[in-house]
Design a protein around this ligand. Structure first.
Ligand code: ATP
Ligand code: MG
Length: 173
C-alpha cells in the first residue's frame, strides 16, 4: 500500500510524544511523498530507530525526525544527540544480538535485535539503511526508499485538496 510518508511520520511521532521525556521534532517534506510499504513493518522500523535514539540519549536531549525528498527518493532520518557509536562497533551494528559493550550503556536494556530487524525490513522493501555517528555526540540513522510515483499533476492537486480521495484513487490503481 502506498503510504503518505509525512502523515505516517506524524502519527508515529505522536505515539511517542505522549509517553516520552525526549522532545521529538519533525521536519517534514511538505510535499506529498509516498512509499510502497507494509505499514506495520514501516511502523516497526520507525519505532526501533526512535526507541534507540531515546534509549541511548540518557540526557533527554531532543530527537529530530526528518523526511527529505529528492527526485524519486524518499529519505527518513532519525537524529539524536546521545551517546553515539564507537568506531570499532560500526561494522557489526546490524548483526543479530550485537550490542555495544561500553560502561556508558551497560545499564541500558535490549536484545540487540532492533537494528537487525530494521535492516531486514528496509531491504525487503528495496530500501537502504545507513548511519553516521560520533561517540559522545550522537547518531543519525537514515532509511531511503524509492518514492511511489504519482503520475500526473492533476493527481497532485487532488492530494492537497482531499487526501482520502487520493488514497482511494491510488488503492484502486
Ligand atoms: P533491542 O533493540 O533489541 O531492544 P538494542 O537496542 O541493544 O536492543 P539494536 O537496536 O540492534 O539493539 O542496537 C544495537 C546496538 O547499537 C545497541 O546495543 C547500541 O549500543 C547501539 N545503538 C543503536 N542505536 C544507537 C543510537 N541511536 N545511539 C547510540 N548507540 C546506538
Ligand atoms: Mg534497539
Amino acid at each position: 500500500v502506498p503510504i503518505d510518508v509525512d502523515r505516517f511520520i506524524e502519527e508515529v511521532a505522536a505515539t511517542w510524544q505522549s509517553k516520552q521525556s525526549h522532545e521529538i521534532r519533525l521536519e517534514l517534506s511538505e510535499r506529498a511523498s509516498f512509499v510502497k510499504a507494509d505499514q506495520g513493518q514501516l511502523t516497526q522500523v520507525l519505532h526501533n530507530l526512535i526507541s534507540n535514539a531515546i534509549k541511548y540519549s540518557p540526557q533527554a536531549t531532543g530527537i529530530d525526525v526528518r523526511v527529505v525528498t529528492s527526485g524519486d527518493i524518499v529519505r527518513i532520518e532519525v537524529q539524536d544527540y546521545g551517546l553515539g557509536i564507537p568506531e570499532g562497533a560500526k561494522d557489526r551494528l546490524f548483526d543479530k544480538f550485537y550490542r555495544v559493550d561500553n560502561t556508558d550503556r551497560r545499564e541500558i536494556g535490549g536484545t540487540g535485535l532492533g537494528l537487525a530487524i530494521v535492516k531486514e525490513i528496509v531491504e525487503a522493501h528495496g530500501g537502504r539503511i545507513e548511519f553516521t555517528s560520533r561517540l559522545g555526540e550522537g547518531s543519525t540513522f537514515a532509511v531511503t526508499f524509492e518514492a511511489y510515483p504519482i503520475q500526473s499533476l492533476s493527481n497532485r492537486i487532488l492530494i492537497l485538496e482531499d487526501d482520502e480521495n487520493l488514497h482511494n484513487m491510488i488503492a484502486a490503481s
